[in-house]
Design a protein. Sequence first.
Lengths: 308, 270
Amino acid sequence: MPVISTKDLTKEYQSRTFSKDKILALSNFSFDVKSGEIFGILGPNGAGKTTLIKILLGITFRTKGEVQIFGKEINDDSYKLKIGYLPENHRFPSYLTGEQALNFYGMLGGMNRIDVKKKSDEYLKIVDMEKWRKTKIKKYSKGMLQRLGLAQALMNDPELIFLDEPTDGVDPIGRKQIRDVLTHLKNNGKTIFLNSHLLSEVELICDRVAILNKGSLVTSGTVDELTSVSDTFRFTVSEVNDDLIQSLLNTYKAVIKSQKEFTFRAETGEDLNKLIDFLRQKNVLILGIEKEKNTLESMFINLIGSQN
Amino acid sequence: MRFLTLMFSTFREAIAKKIFLGFFIIATIIILFFLFLINVDSVEGMVNMMESSGEEGVRQLVTGFEVGMINLSYLLVITFCFIAVSSFIPSMLEKGNIDILLSKPVSRTNIILAKFLGGVLLIFLSLTYLIGGVWLILSAKSGFWNVPFLYSIPWLTLSFAIIYALIILIGVTSQSTILSIIVSMFLVFVICPVLYVRETVIFSLVTNSTIQFIINFFYYILPKPGDINQIITDIITGSPVKSYMPVYSSVLFMFAALSLSIFYFRRKDY
Ligand SMILES: Nc1ncnc2c1ncn2[C@@H]1O[C@H](COP(=O)(O)OP(=O)(O)OP(=O)(O)O)[C@@H](O)[C@H]1O
Ligand SMILES: [Mg+2]
């Protein structure tokens, strides 16, 4: 049973009060998140990622479509007992200290006083904020706020965690720490739903990703599925002459990078070997053959770039 | 438990607001004033009054102080407390703050009710401190324990709650502290006093019956803090209360404003 499941989720915002113009933030978005996976949503600014999370949490209301969380329609607030959420650009009441904020949100999350005390100690340590627990939040730096926000999202031991740009403003060491925390949570069977622009990071931790553009699902799959560009091979060879280049272009549909480098798309192993035979016949020295692999980033840029 | 947490969070927020501190400092000064400066025996005229009319004179003097106290407390509440609570809802609704709140297992109705009751309880306790303190000192010094004076605590709290409901409604719909303050102050200091004197002053100037009808209409639907103050004064001085209509209609206004706030808040996207 999926932990999150949506069907034809659509959200239209009113562009201004009393205006008839609508902004389509999500359109017919259907997807599932399985239990125990780290699921990443990628997409350019304004794609509708935050809107999606907000609908799932009842912060914003859908225009149409179905949402199920833990296998149930989200009609009441009870499912929120098992949920943690770190919003983008979150803001705690600035007159509280870090510790007081955790106490407050822990209690609101349905924890009792004793658990709140225990868990806030534990999570302040995990996010490396123990030193700052008695300091007023208004004196926190951006990264410190983000760490505290993460502690807030995790302290009630949620089954499902929503993180909107969790590493925003956090230094590289902190980002590594956060990734470790997330991996640890996953190993404990928690499900994590993540929005991020840092594709290299998503690549490192997400099991599956969905790409969202202008409110619609572009593609989804495991990181491996999305990044391995099928069956393209990169050849490095001794210098080839113009004649040869012509036949590579025409017969083999190769993409020439330079006189010493080209890529070739082989449907089968047979195709690949035919090209090798051809090259050897023409006395071309093959210096290397490598299967091409995209980074998530280049895949993303190609995909979104072609849509806009 | 979640409801109480939310309710009491308004206390911490109020304390963090320096303006509320102002209320307590002034309340304390007033209490100290009664403690040290008003000495019933040493007031010159007072002694004369006691000689001429005995216990009755003391009663009159004490009641006089108490009626004055009610008007003063009312003024303190609508200036300091209104300004302090006006920011509760707008600051809660700030982007990034409301998101976390709504992700918690607390219903939107309860969020509004907790903020409302939290504010009301806060003012109730503050008034208990101020009026209770003054009452203790005055009574101990004069020997005249006028219990009805204490009734002004719940009454003034009610007056506050009625306007606070409006502040919440404006806060939820406009998300603006300033607007909440301006509208509630305008209502309390301009509209309500004008409507309060509509029969004695306004209607002698405006004779057109349609306009009179409109003015009456607004009088009946809007809160009536002036009339409620008069009722409190009547209760303390032991005079008969003419009509409780101003109370009923103001309470109705309060429920209407709260219901509208909840209705709006439950449907709003954040
Ligand atoms: N409260 C709102 N009222 C009207 N329009 C909104 C509202 N919130 C978001 N939008 C619009 O909905 C679209 C999607 O916004 P959303 O915040 O979901 O994007 P996002 O993918 O999270 O972007 P980012 O990467 O910048 O965080 C945008 O066009 C935005 O202008
Ligand atoms: Mg976003």
